[in-house]
Design a protein. Sequence first.
Length: 222
Amino acid sequence: MPKAFIFDLDGVITDTAELHYQAWKRLADSLGITIDREFNEELKGVGRMESLEKILALDSNQSDLSLERKEALATEKNDHYVDLLGTISEDDILPGITDLLATIRQQGIKVGLGSASKNATHVLKELKLIDQFDYIVDAAQVSKGKPDPETFTNAADYFGVDYVECIGIEDAPSGVTAVNSAGMFSVGVGTAEALSHADYRVDDTTELDFDEIIQAYQSFGV
Ligand code: G6P
Ligand code: MG
């Protein structure tokens, strides 16, 4: 049996990508920059400042803003995002996740969160899931974000378990890379095209079945 499950937040526990998109779009519109949902795919799993850089890179007139100005813009986007978080509730937990968390906990396996979002704790509180997590790693705790493995190794180190005894669940390609680089078993939630490097993959969260994940983990030879 594995000793810990470490979950990504955005796209695995809940779909906040749309809210991030709306907040970025509002900021981009105010700067006269056009972004669409297709472009938003490139922002999934990408940190706040890095996302801002990608948006500013769309407009050559905004490429050399001062760090102070960029920080102000990132704060503005976050204010929009936090406003939108006020609209989420337990109804926004992705299907299958509540049962999966309960089953893992019943087995006495640790549950961690590994997110690139500084709003991770806030989101879990809004979803009323905070009590289901033994430990939360968010962007404030790591020096290097995904695809660096630090987000996941930080949680395993806190639990005092070997990396090979951990399962990481991710929807973003960079997140799966982070889990793999940590030497953990990676579960990808998404398309085969995007997540071909996952050790085990499902199309969406409804297919996340505890027994099937354990079977895949064990047959992987851990
Ligand atoms: C997650 C999301 C990204 C977001 C990042 C930082 O990885 O997928 O879209 O930019 O977290 O979130 P934050 O709430 O700290 O701005
Ligand atoms: Mg994600």
